[in-house]
Design a protein around this ligand. Structure first.
Ligand code: PMP
Length: 398
């Protein structure tokens, strides 16, 4: 008997497991559409020019690396507030937003989850069915019971909006509702602005607690357009949580740059909330790392770099849209009979392709085309060189 003899082997992370299988695959044509990463048309992970310029400037005047404040770099936190709520917005000016730097969007979600658990230990959490795999795991690990609300309608190839509203209406007051602010992962189906109005009204009427997950601001329709849910929740006078990730929008995945913002009713409340968020951070990892946050703060706060970032972000967004259009056309040309045009109505990195688990397994085993068993494919990993092969492979399995 050893101390660990009763420890069970945990199931493999579905996405990371897929990556390992991909790495071991010897098929020269293999294509990884499993993970949520944006690659350029050469299949390379981009290093944005705005990031390189910010880093070069930092190298010109190198700084020693002391500890950061618990809540992170002040210029970073204020840049996040400005991006999420608007630089001249009332909540930013009045100081009623509490923002902390987080370890990626995941870190922002976890700080929020830990804080909420202490605020209201008996609350339940509602996530969409389906959702990003880690939502359920993260809120469960924070001690919550996690349930799901209807979202994806496979038959309709879209959102089961009536079902979603009915489930939100049935939720108990205080229920935490995790909402994908834009670029829904995994389905790619977002709510329309009019549907957001109804969701926000329902959340308000039911005294639910909205937690907006903004992992892809700027990847969908544009920076402002992707902020529609935040703008509407703000206009409704709600108190709410927003987690931000710069992993995709800055192509800074490994730097773990993200944040949590909590919109409070006034500055005094925000100060108290901030003091509690800092305890969550202090007892987990003390304070965040310096590099990624400094880069993002420099880019967002320097007008030329900010303009360059917006241009580069638009470039990524446009390329994804082009790949969606090409996918629909080329699937048709490859002989796929069913109408695949729903792919262009989806937004963001992912497409729920509607392919079955068996078809996805065949794609992987026979053709080296990797997506998740649920039929999710990352369209941001398609390019002009691999798309024909992907389409020909799909045509052979459907
Ligand atoms: N939320 C959603 C919906 C995501 O898709 C992701 C990343 N795939 C995250 C949060 C986490 O982002 P990060 O990698 O910055 O932790």
């Amino acid at each position: 008997m050893s101390l660990f003899s009763a420890v069970e082997m945990a199931p493999r992370d579905p996405i990371l497991g897929l990556n390992e299988q991909f790495a071991a695959d010897t098929n020269p044509n293999k294509v990884n559409l499993g993970v949520g990463v944006y690659y350029d048309d050469n299949g390379k992970l981009p290093l944005l020019a705005c990031v390189q310029k910010a880093e070069q400037a930092m190298m010109q005047a190198p700084k020693a690396r002391g500890y950061l404040p618990i809540d992170g770099i002040a210029a970073y936190d204020s840049a996040v507030k400005n991006l999420v709520f608007g630089a001249d917005s009332e909540p930013v000016k009045s100081g009623r937003v509490a923002t902390v730097q987080g370890l990626g969007g995941t870190g922002g979600l976890k700080i929020g989850a830990d804080f909420l658990k202490r605020l209201n230990p008996n609350a339940k959490v509602l996530i969409s069915d389906p959702s990003w795999e880690n939502h359920r795991a993260l809120f469960t690990q924070a001690g919550f019971e996690v349930q799901s609300h209807r979202y994806y309608d496979a038959a309709k190839r879209g959102v089961d909006f009536e079902g979603m509203l009915a489930d939100l209406q049935a939720a108990a007051p205080g229920t935490i509702v995790v909402l994908h602010a834009c670029c829904h992962n995994p389905t790619g189906y977002d709510l329309t602005p009019a549907q957001w109005d109804q969701v926000i009204a329902t959340v308000k009427a039911g005294n639910l607690v909205p937690f907006l997950d903004m992992a892809y601001q700027g990847f969908g329709q544009g920076i402002a357009e992707d902020g529609v849910a935040v703008a509407k929740a703000l206009a409704a006078g709600l108190s709410f949580f927003v987690s931000t990730s710069f992993s995709k929008s800055f192509s800074l995945y490994g730097e773990r740059v993200g944040a949590l913002s909590v919109l409070c009713q006034d500055k005094a409340e925000a100060d108290r909330v901030l003091s509690q968020l800092k305890i969550m951070i202090r007892t987990n990892y003390s304070n965040p790392p310096t590099h990624g946050g400094s880069v993002v703060a420099a880019v967002l706060n320097t007008p030329e770099l900010r303009a360059l970032w917006e241009e580069e972000l638009a470039g990524m967004r446009t390329r994804i849209k082009q790949m969606r259009v090409a996918l629909v056309e080329k699937l048709k040309a490859a002989g796929v009979k069913q109408d695949m045009s729903f792919i262009t109505t989806q937004v963001g990195m992912f497409s729920y392709s509607g392919l079955t688990k068996d078809q996805m397994v065949r794609l992987r085993n026979e053709f080296g085309v990797y997506g998740t068993d649920t039929g999710r494919m990352c369209v941001a990993a398609l390019n002009s060189k691999n798309i024909d092969y992907v389409c020909a492979s799909i045509a052979k399995v459907v």
